[in-house]
Design a protein around this ligand. Structure first.
Ligand SMILES: *[C@@H]1O[C@H](CO)[C@@H](O)[C@H](O)[C@H]1NC(C)=O
Ligand SMILES: *[C@@H]1O[C@H](CO)[C@@H](O)[C@H](O)[C@H]1NC(C)=O
Ligand SMILES: *[C@@H]1O[C@H](CO)[C@@H](O)[C@H](O)[C@H]1NC(C)=O
Length: 447
């Protein structure tokens, strides 16, 4: 690439009638490269200076305000006491601020967590209208509490709205959640409801919260205080690491549920097929287990992490959509198929109507095969093993999976069978039947 650049530059200069020797052309390219890097650095610094900068002082100040409001009875949550009174939440560092979203690392009772909120201040969230109505009616005073059924109703509407599920369809997603609310007889204080309401205005929280009960392939929400919620801390995968997830980081980040049987260590060779199997399991979950298919439209290593037991976890769900919302997103005006690509989710342009089809043409599995499996099982990475029959079959299966649009069952089954074989070949003797125990489950209202 650099050579063609140099050639282009050279011919441009020649065209100008300047006779340059190769060396000065090279020098020019280097100067050009250096200034490009410099400019990029400048843009980076600029962006950081003008979006608000992530500092420890600022973060501590924000958490202090949360605690002040907790003490005033404005907000509450199962994390508040540990954060504000018992001192069991230890602030570690600021991770990032982005469009007002505050994200920091902390340790809660020794477990590494990420504290998140879409907005910095509790008061910036929309207040629950029901509470204000009560204030207005005011007869019985501020002590009156809402019935759980009202809460379920409002929470459900908010959730469906946020996930893009039409109100007409049956309520299958949040039913689980509502059931628990209905079963517990107690009523809820204003602080609890106001906190729940602030959490429900954060799409990521809703998404993770709803999926918690249904799959272990999303980051666990461990607790909350006011508008801040704590998610298990997991090191994300990275594109530059050939194995995507590094074993060192895995051993550094303790799992949030100690005590479960997962202390066995894995070797790198052992790990890849196991993690790949977990990816397959996740794909199946997302395709079949919910009332609507779940589409992941931004599939890259950075958006996934693994737990110590090698479960693959989706940690960034900003680009995950259920079928109805996916259809809305895809249905756009178009003149060619290229107009119908939404990141990793693509559909086809219907030339007669000049509209993109609402149905996604590729699948989560196809993109995972293309972007994650293919590099993993490429001959260069497999090294000496690359010629073995099992590896060759696997490469072929991955290739086939990456090429077909619709995730066909046969391909998936073949892939799974080959991976299982690979795992058995690698370990052979490890005990099967690891049972996954669910850790303590957070519920916004502790119901
Ligand atoms: C949050 O509240 C503090 C103190 O009330 C205020 O100084 C700050 O500007 C607020 N931040 C935002 C983003 O509203
Ligand atoms: C909704 O649920 C009811 C009973 O629970 C059922 O009769 C009805 O067919 C369902 N509707 C849809 C659209 O699934
Ligand atoms: C899409 O096309 C329709 C008619 O073909 C037009 O009415 C509409 O404004 C277009 N929408 C956008 C966003 O361009």
């Amino acid at each position: 690439m650099r050579r063609s650049l140099r050639r282009a530059l050279g011919s441009a200069l020649r065209w100008l009638g300047v006779k340059v020797c190769r060396r000065s052309a090279l020098l020019l390219v280097l100067v050009w490269l250096a200034s490009w890097l410099f400019l990029n650095g400048l843009v980076f610094v600029h962006r950081n200076m003008f979006s608000d900068f992530c500092t420890d002082d600022k973060s501590k100040e924000i958490l202090q305000r949360v605690c002040d409001e907790y003490q005033q009875g404005v907000l509450s949550g199962d994390l508040c006491d540990d954060l504000c009174v018992a001192g069991r939440v230890e602030y570690k560092r600021c991770l990032y601020y982005e469009n007002g979203k505050k994200v920091m690392a902390a340790s809660w009772r020794g477990v590494p967590v990420v504290l998140k909120s879409k907005l910095e201040n509790f008061s910036s969230y929309e207040a629950l209208a029901l509470l204000e109505y009560q204030d207005g009616a005011g007869g019985t005073g501020g002590e009156e509490e809402l019935s759980p059924l009202d809460v379920v109703f409002y929470a459900t509407l908010e959730i469906k709205n946020s996930l893009g599920l039409e109100t007409g369809t049956n309520l299958t997603l949040p039913r689980l959640w509502g059931q628990k609310l209905k079963e517990s007889e107690r009523t809820y204080s204003r602080a609890e409801l106001a906190s729940l309401w602030a959490l429900l205005q954060q799409e990521e929280y809703i998404f993770l919260r709803v999926l918690q009960d249904l799959t272990h392939h999303v980051a666990k929400i461990l607790g909350s205080c006011g508008h801040f919620y704590a998610v298990e801390f997991l090191a994300a995968g990275h594109a530059w690491d050939q194995h995507i997830f590094s074993l060192e980081e895995l051993s550094l980040s303790p799992s949030p549920s100690p005590g479960s049987a997962q202390d066995q260590m894995f070797t790198a060779g052992d790990m890849v097929p196991r993690v790949a199997l977990s990816f397959l399991e996740m794909v199946e979950h997302f395709e079949n287990d919910f009332s609507h298919r779940l589409h992941l439209c931004d599939i890259k290593p950075e958006n996934f992490a693994i737990r110590k037991d090698l479960t693959v976890v989706a940690i960034d769900v900003d680009m995950a959509f259920f079928e109805p919302k996916m259809r809305d997103i895809l249905e756009q005006n178009c003149t060619s198929d290229n107009d119908c690509n939404f990141f990793d989710c693509i559909s086809k342009c219907d030339r007669t109507k000049n509209r993109c089809g609402p149905k996604r043409q590729n699948s989560n599995l196809q993109v995972i095969c293309e972007k994650i499996f293919r590099p993993w099982f490429s001959p260069t990475l497999l090294g000496a093993k690359a010629g073995l029959p099992l590896q060759v079959a696997l490469q072929r299966a991955v290739q086939e999976c990456a090429e077909i649009g619709e995730g066909r069952r046969a391909v998936r089954q073949q892939l799974r069978a080959l991976l299982v074989e690979l795992v058995q070949e690698d370990s052979g003797n490890q005990g099967e039947g690891q049972e996954r125990k669910m850790g303590r489950v957070h519920t916004a209202l502790n119901f």
